[in-house]
Design a protein around this ligand. Structure first.
Ligand code: NDP
Length: 477
């Protein structure tokens, strides 16, 4: 079997490899992917450092052309790359193709941004002096990504880093190296100079840690768990380095008595269970007012009965498998915790077998949960959702905000007054009205508050905040 190697200083290197296993069919090896070492990581950082002076001064047209070419190739290969994504991560084929299209759009967007780089020229408060404000690239950016969006998250970090003139050392999650390898290959062939983009696949504790420990990494952009995010923060402060963290969520969706029941049920089913609930923006707390509670639970349970859990590549599958055995154990442990805490298991909770051996779990709905239970406070990151009954809008809002996280929050209501109040008073970074809490646009800022995020927003033109540093220059006329 071919070994998909690491890209360091423009060369494909590495002979030790790890198997990438399909969670829908654990007999299938998606491919063998290089298992990078700390030494590989040091070499990659050195290559990125050496490539920085030239790339930071490269013309914006060169950056535009490369990013555009990459976006075009990803779009042209969306079905093939989508199938690869579905095989390595387990989301359904339509979801995986959708994510691939989004990756292409992100490259297209930043290809455009490269041509729109600008600064400000303003008069000084002193006579005969001019002031220029410009944005400089940071230097070597370390990119560390999680397994749940194997192509979109790498795209939304790599594209802006390159657009603003940085060089990169990129470490994808060990579980899903295939899509990362594919986009690095595409960018390499699109004409990136040697050393500008380096890929080091391997373990977080080895490759990731070597990035955290290096004084030559000027910025780290990280998406993953809260625990690893804290390590990134601590190591970055030590090195006086800029960092950006996107971490977990325990996203609430409020359903008010006046909600359109169909809209509320569709939004809850989508954001709670699609992509197997493995989205940081998934709704895992459904906060429902008394008047609609029983109708809503009955309709959502009916909807869950219609959802097909099966192989991600099979037509008709709504929910693919859990990503691996470890995550499956976390999910089933939390189902047990929910039972012991006294929540009522209203639907699911059981493992299922299918034609192909995989990590299949029924969508699971708890009712009669309280907001103090562990299943309502801790991120599970699986298809496990709790319904919390509340008296009225005021209690719903207070419950929605009573969480250590603050990524996304939703409300289902036909009341303009409550929708407007919720948008203003939600403590989340992203608020959705009559929409799932998951599913965002690629050209606007993405990120949260409280324990969910740290540092500037990602995506859209707001990405410049992280990937550049501002310079103020004064000139005597
Ligand atoms: P992890 O934090 O375990 O891993 C994220 C990345 O960090 C992986 O590439 C991992 O490598 C790497 N890593 C692990 N240990 C270290 C270390 N010591 N030093 C440097 N890097 C390290 O999270 P998961 O990949 O398991 O992702 C799931 C989590 O991510 C969930 O909690 C979810 O909420 C969160 N998430 C948040 C998002 C957001 O935007 N807010 C979006 C997507 C996910 P390895 O692959 O080897 O483990």
């Amino acid at each position: 079997m071919t070994i998909y190697q690491n890209l360091i200083a423009g060369e494909w290197v590495g002979s030790d490899a790890t198997k990438n296993i399909n969670p829908s069919d654990t007999n299938e090896v998606v491919g063998l992917y290089a298992d990078g070492t700390a030494e590989d990581t040091k070499n990659a950082i050195a290559a990125a450092k050496a490539a920085f002076p030239a790339w930071s001064r490269s013309g914006i047209w060169e950056r535009h052309v490369i990013l555009k070419k990459a976006g075009d190739e990803i779009m042209a290969r969306k079905d093939e790359l989508g199938a690869l994504l579905a095989r390595e991560e387990g989301k359904t084929l339509p979801e995986a193709i959708g994510e691939t299209i989004r990756a292409s759009q992100i490259f297209e967007f930043f290809a455009g941004e490269a041509l729109r780089l600008a600064g400000e020229v303003i008069p000084s408060v002193r006579p005969n002096i001019g002031v220029e404000i410009t944005r400089d690239p940071l230097g070597v950016i370390g990119i560390i990504t999680p397994w749940n969006f194997p192509i979109a998250i790498p795209a939304w970090k790599i594209a802006p880093a390159l657009c603003y003139g940085n060089t990169i050392v990129f470490k994808p999650a060990e579980l899903v190296p295939a899509c990362s390898w594919a986009i690095v290959d595409i960018l390499h062939r699109a004409g990136l100079p040697k050393g500008v983009l380096n890929l080091v696949m391997g373990k977080g504790s080895v490759v990731g840690q070597a990035m955290l420990d290096s004084p030559d990494v000027a910025g780290i952009t990280f998406t993953g768990s809260t625990g690893t995010g804290r390590r990134v923060a601590a190591a970055s402060i030590e090195h006086n380095r800029k960092f950006q963290l996107e971490m977990g969520g325990k996203n609430p969706m409020v359903v008010l008595d006046d909600a359109d029941l169909t809209v509320a049920v569709e939004a809850a089913a989508n954001s709670g269970f699609f992509s197997t609930g493995q989205r940081c923006t998934a709704s895992s707390r459904l906060i429902v007012t008394e008047g609609i509670h029983d109708k809503f639970v009955a309709a959502l349970t009916q909807k869950l009965e219609t959802l097909v859990v099966d192989n991600a590549l099979k037509p008709g599958t709504h929910i693919g498998p859990v990503v691996d055995e470890k995550q499956l154990k976390t999910d089933t442990d939390y189902i047990e915790i929910g039972r012991q805490e006294g929540a009522k298991l209203a639907f699911g909770g059981e493992l299922i077998t299918r034609e192909t051996p995989g990590f299949y779990l029924q969508p699971t709905l708890f009712t009669e949960a309280t907001n103090q239970m562990r299943i309502s406070r801790e991120e599970i990151f699986g298809p496990v959702v709790s319904v919390i009954r509340v008296k009225d809008y005021e209690e719903a809002l207070a419950t929605a905000n009573d969480t250590p996280f603050g990524l996304s929050a939703g409300i289902a209501t036909t009341s303009l007054k409550h929708a407007t109040h919720f948008k203003r008073n939600s403590e989340a970074g992203m608020v959705m009205v009559n929409l799932p809490t998951a599913g965002v646009d690629f050209h606007v800022p993405f990120g949260g508050r409280k324990g969910s995020s740290y540092g500037p927003r990602e995506q859209g033109k707001y990405a410049a905040e992280f990937y550049t540093t501002v310079k103020t220059a004064y000139t005597l006329a």
